[in-house]
Write a protein that binds this ligand. Sequence first.
Ligand SMILES: *Cc1c(COP(=O)(O)O)cnc(C)c1O
Length: 368
Amino acid sequence: MDTLTVKSIINPGIDTLNPYQPGKPIEELQREYGLDDIIKLASNENPLGTSQKVIQALENSHLSLSHYPDGACFNLKSRLAHKHCIDEQKLTLGNGSDSLLAMLTQCFANSHRPIVVSEYAFASYHLIAQSFNVPIIEVPAKGWQHDVRAMADAVDKSTAIVFIANPNNPTGCYINSEELEYLLSRIPSTCLLVLDEAYLEYAQAADHPDSLALQAKYPNLVTTRTFSKAYALAGLRIGYSISSPDIADVLNRIRLPFNISIPAQIAAIAALKDEEHLKKSIRINQQGKTQLSQAFDRLGLPYIESHTNFISVDCQTEAQPIYEELLTRGIIVRPLTPYRMPQHLRISIGLAEENQRLIDELDNILRR
Ligand SMILES: *Cc1c(COP(=O)(O)O)cnc(C)c1O
């Protein structure tokens, strides 16, 4: 079949879709530049790596990979329900939390029921909506912050979902409990508010919302979480949503039957048990955030105050050439041109020595 024929039968939305641009993999830079000492501060991965307890659990589990996994994820769901003090029926497991965002869009939005997002919102919401031919209403941000008043005004009875990453990627900003309640109290109960809490473990502000507590009052509030960031399991692809049992039932109906692999289930359980690794990850991140912020202050580079494990810094000039120059020096970061932030680089917080190397190279490049 030729390209022209494929173009004529493709579903609307998909023909013009530009796929998500992931951070450059280390192996790719190795191949392209022949470098061997490479650090990746581009995908907000946990710089400590996976917990040794998780590695041990995988080694000890005598994986029987010829069998299908438990489609219901019984053991993992029990753990999660216990951890969050919730009923298991509120849980849906996904192959990364990205897949839950897709399932929610697939179930509740359509070409007549748009989604609402903020300017600078995480790109996945756009891409997923477009792939299901769902219209997107983008509300201008206030500075780098979501403007919850304007977002509430943008919602009407046709709106299917408001997506908010809290804290948000790539800005690192968060909406506080007052702002979240304002939004929830203004939108109709027919509109879901999906709060993507991929970075929740790093969010330390006293007024950060307790989304699970709010679900009792607002059954249209759905929370998604991931094992990819603070739990250091990005490579295994596992995340989950917490919602009303009715919504979870719908999601579980369209979920592919064995969407969580056996290693992912075992690793997630072990990761939940290893609270030390989580605490250490958060501590190292806090220290790295201070280290990078102080360095940016010294270099005179403005940055957006972050509540996550990355910082978006304003290079005060076009960032793409700096990104490319950093690549030649073996450092992978993320340019934010796709977010219409052409002067910003998003830098994942690494280990102290990785942060230092980034600071030194950035200083070098900017001084020339
Ligand atoms: C990293 C990230 C996710 C997590 O995606 P997974 O599919 O769970 O790896 C979700 N939302 C945001 C905003 C993110 O930055």
